[in-house]
Design a protein around this ligand. Sequence first.
Ligand SMILES: [Zn+2]
Length: 54
Amino acid sequence: LAEARDPVCGMAVEIATARYLTEYQGETYYFCARSCQHAFEADPQKYRGVEERG
Ligand SMILES: [Zn+2]
């Protein structure tokens, strides 16, 4: 099953059943909970690119 990583808390989120998602600059981000989604939407730049290191 395809999973995405919640950029806020780092949890794996199953894409097929994700309830909290946000599109930002052409990409879709998935969250484990509304609180994580809201944290991202409040300050997307803070969380973008976390996985791009290395
Ligand atoms: Zn989360």
